[in-house]
Design a protein around this ligand. Sequence first.
Ligand code: PLP
Length: 456
Amino acid sequence: MLRNDELDRWDRECFFHPSTHLAQHARGDSPNRILRTASGSHIEDRDGKRLLDAFAGLYCVNVGYGRQEIAEAIAEQARELAYYHAYVGHGTEVSIKLARMVIDRAPAGMSKVYFGLGGSDANETNIKLVWYYNNVLGRPEKKKIISRWRGYHGSGLVTGSLTGLGLFHQKFDLPFERIIHTDAPYWYRRPDPAMDEAAYVAHLAGELEALIEREGADTIAAFIGEPVLGTGGLVPPPAGYWEAIQAVLERHDILLIADEVVTGFGRLGTMFGSDHYGIRPDLITIAKGLTSAYAPLSGSIVGEKMWKVLEQGTDEFGVIGHGWTYSAHPIGAAAGVANLELIDKLDLISNVREIGPYLTRGLSEALAEHPHVGEVRGVGLLSAVELVEDRETRAGFDPSRKIGPAVAGRMASLGVVARAMPQGDIIGYAPPFCLTREEADTVISVTAEAIRAELG
Ligand code: PLP
């Protein structure tokens, strides 16, 4: 085994970390955290320090760490058949079984699932399918995609463009031209605090309609959104939002892609976020919770309406020119089957319905009166605490003060991992579904202590 000092040196000399300040890391100016093992809701680093992981990795280890059932399923699959491809009609028992399980759990009207590796490539697939669809239908001009400011859909070329966070565009020459953005619902930061939910929803739907009219509906192919804004701030939409947005899209014959990479497979207390909000998508993006991150696997679930046109396309133009070597990788599929079985067997989604509101309520009771807590919000097992300089005006802190990272750093030193969300001083929580009340109490008390320590 490598010594700690060797690990640290090799990490800084050789390892290009994603979403990291590269220069600080290479110089050794910023701390690293090297993990050794994990179990349940806890991770343990190389020094033996145990931390309660209230963000389940990157909101993906939904069933919790160390599940032997999934490890065994992966090992057995690796021994039996580690790989075969899925091109030209090839498959494996496990990938076919997983497809059945996904479609059985998906909202009404979903037809087939294409398996990829991560959320970003699944969204790349979705956009290609949308373009293919409109080409088959003889509408070559109908290609623009509307995404939302603060939305997160990955960090590839098209998906980085869909993502509505400046950090993911800056110096990468993104977004691409065909991708345009509208506002996401952000109740706490609505333009006029006097607006009620209905007025705010009407305002957002009106903005979308105006954008479509400005661009021309015959140039717009699809709208993509997360049922609940995730990385952009963990913001549940106001009541009626999805109904109003869908009415606009239907009026203009615009497809709807529900990016359920975070919300799929139980995080909101329903199998899909679309079930929770009454969303009727044409495509659904899945990843993280599909395998609880025990192996990389994602999917694009294609609805009936699009599927018919994709079939028509191959009848007219031949084989669809889209595929990855690792599409439907049997090891990922084995992890997916074992993971979905475990979610059912342990009835983990019921625990989400119980523990999620308990956590959000507890954070709210502990923090609501703090002069620098602007809002505590949540749905299912997704919660957030938004920190502000001034509660009256809702003005945020100067970003250079990095208040969010300071609070999250303080929490880690007290034994709890929460995520400083990338835009705004927002502390995010998305723990494993097996979180207990006792663990939720620890998350709440450590958050309160860290905020007091950093902000008084
Ligand atoms: N879509 C959403 C909603 C996400 O939250 C993420 C990742 O956090 C992605 C897509 C991209 O997934 P990946 O990081 O697996 O490429």
